[in-house]
Design a protein around this ligand. Sequence first.
Ligand code: ADP
Ligand code: MG
Length: 323
Amino acid sequence: MIKVDGLTKRYARNIAVDNISFEVEKGQIVGFLGPNGAGKTTTMRVLTCFLPPTSGRASVAGFDVFDQPIEVKRRIGYLPETPPLYPEMEVKEYVRYVGQLKGVPNSELDAKVNEACERCNVADVKDKLIAKLSKGYRQRVGLASSIIHNPDVLILDEPTAGLDPEQRKETLSLIRGLAGSHTIILSTHILPEVEQTCQRVIIISKGKLVATDTMENLNSRLRGAEMVAVELEPRGGDLAKETVQQRLEQVSGVSRVLFKEARGPRLFFEVESLQGRSIRADLARSIVSADWNLLELHAAGLSLEEIFLQLTGAEKAAPGGSK
Ligand SMILES: Nc1ncnc2c1ncn2[C@@H]1O[C@H](COP(=O)(O)OP(=O)(O)O)[C@@H](O)[C@H]1O
Ligand SMILES: [Mg+2]
């Protein structure tokens, strides 16, 4: 459904996107992951025909973004990082207006506006001014206007940026619900969002493609080692954190213990296992048998930073090296 082949975009001297290629199949929901400045927005703007590529090609539903932009735009719904909402308009007016711009026939407009508002959970605020809405609602109004013409492909640029956790959850579950009928690319710099929402992930860093894989494969590639977050309270006076750390380091299967912080008497650690070892049970046993209070222990996700280190490290080590 989406095909990107050797795409490069240069701004003056700056290469924002450097020879990346990937494909997205129909009906998939794909996470486009990368830290700030990685080139996500630039790629999305090329796909939505807002920017011409410097070199390489991209196509949507078989239409080239450069040669056939009208055909491409007809099939794409785009939610930019900051949706261009008009605060002085009512929600239904705005969505209707976008529908007109997108060429929805007048006879169908009202029905389409209702449908889009229903699907994006903004039906209850249809008559309100956009200016009066919370950020979460505004984002969903943006989403409603991006699906008004029922596009095959949805391109959502950081759809959860600036939302609070509750709003994020709502927006992501909404996006999951849209996935069946649309092919979706959503960009984010937050890995758990991709894990919860996407089947595949495309990772870019500094304009270059670092990985493209299914979420499952990526997880097992990266989670060979387990990361465990531990919060505990050593009883019996002022036990130095070094003493606690040493004890954790001696637990069977542990490769590394990182001290994170102390909050009053509570200590926070991150503990990493050796490849393929499960350490949570032994950790818990060791802490309890030292007669310390175990306040929390859970599998911690790898941060995007760590994933990048692992992925780029693995690449560097590729020619013959084991690392
Ligand atoms: N209009 C522009 N002019 C010059 N450089 C730009 C422009 N837009 C983005 N860049 C640069 O291109 C790189 C990629 O930016 P962007 O695509 O916005 O990344 P992301 O969306 O992943 O944060 C960054 O280094 C950014 O500074
Ligand atoms: Mg961006």
